[in-house]
Design a protein. Structure first.
Lengths: 209, 209
């Protein structure tokens, strides 16, 4: 005879919870029991409503691919205070917020939805590159900043985009985020490639002519 | 000006997720974005349904306090194959499954819903002790096993129950789980109190008369 298990609705809930990223079977069980324990009031029902609402309302912005919560274009695309001359290309919509938090960029964004990675079956046509070209054709953008990952796939995607944009928009400035030592990191923690790039991209800060 | 944040339905969802035990703000954000990314299909809506269903259906068994998923008594209480002579008292309904997995106990359970802990404002009347006394009054139970935590609050709760049961049911056998070395643990990993209890509870395994 099998040992007694939780009632079926709890088992189903645990099954969903353990599919969440970073949640193992033990955590899933703990979370499910916590949610259903009387002490949390209506937490379970309220959270279910929040999930449903987000799943129904949140969609990618048709222009840039960032999140929008009301079916229209996102808050960045509709903001007239944004600089339309300069477009920052990122891999994922989640890359937008870290850049926004720097408050150093006041242009608009374009989220590719990933990076070229043949091993994961992600080819250029799986990314929002056609949409990028269409946006650039409108002619307003003067500079594209490539803010992609500094790993092999990020570099490959950057190279591909440089080629596509070079062919189609010869006057467009294309730049890339600086690579080098991260803030607060000593030399002893930097890997070889980071140091190589930091040396390669060194900037003159004084002396001579 | 504040930096751009996620649309409001995502922020609300993150707010709920980070209240879950063991989930920090970073994990909550990661889980929310993962759930809403198109790649997971209808995962968000399906999970919301599972949460709602569990929250609506799961309730404590009126008899023993374990979980029931259909409004009736739990699978253990309704199982006629269970031994009605012997009742195992645990703190939480979640303590039932580990005991069930041993397959060493075929009696029924009584979940107190916690343990006496004045520091957390848990007094005897906050626990299902009245319900326990009522079950014992029916007269079927011959032995009560106290399977409470082996910490201060668990011991205090056990002492209190021994007193209550001694007054009301002088013929009832009251036992407690053995305390000693955990399986697979060497002496070098055992703390002082565990070793003290292991010595105190030593069992004769051979020799002499």
């Amino acid at each position: 005879m099998n040992p007694v298990d939780y009632p079926e609705p709890i088992r189903v809930l645990i099954g969903y919870l353990k599919r969440l990223p970073g949640i193992g079977p033990k955590s899933a069980e703990r979370i499910a029991i916590w949610m259903l324990s009387g002490r949390q009031g209506n937490f379970g029902l309220e959270m279910a409503r929040a999930v449903t609402r987000a799943a129904e309302r949140v969609a990618p912005c048709r222009v840039c691919g960032f999140f929008t919560g009301d079916g229209g274009d996102c808050v960045i695309c509709v903001d007239p205070g944004r600089d339309g001359d300069i477009l920052c290309v990122v891999e994922q919509p989640t890359d937008v917020l870290p850049l926004e938090r720097t408050r150093a960029f006041r242009g608009r964004y374009h989220c590719l939805g990933g990076r070229i990675s043949p091993l994961d079956n992600v080819e250029p046509e799986d990314l929002r590159i056609g949409e990028l070209v269409a946006r650039l054709k409108a002619g307003e953008v003067k500079e594209v900043i490539l803010a992609l990952g500094s790993d092999v796939e990020g570099e490959a995607t950057a190279n591909y985009l440089v080629e596509v944009m070079g062919e189609n928009f010869p006057d467009l400035h294309v730049t890339q985020l600086a690579q080098g030592l991260p803030a607060g990191g000593g030399l002893e923690h930097a890997d070889e490639l980071t140091l190589f790039r930091a040396l390669d991209g060194r900037k003159r800060i004084g002396g001579g002519k």
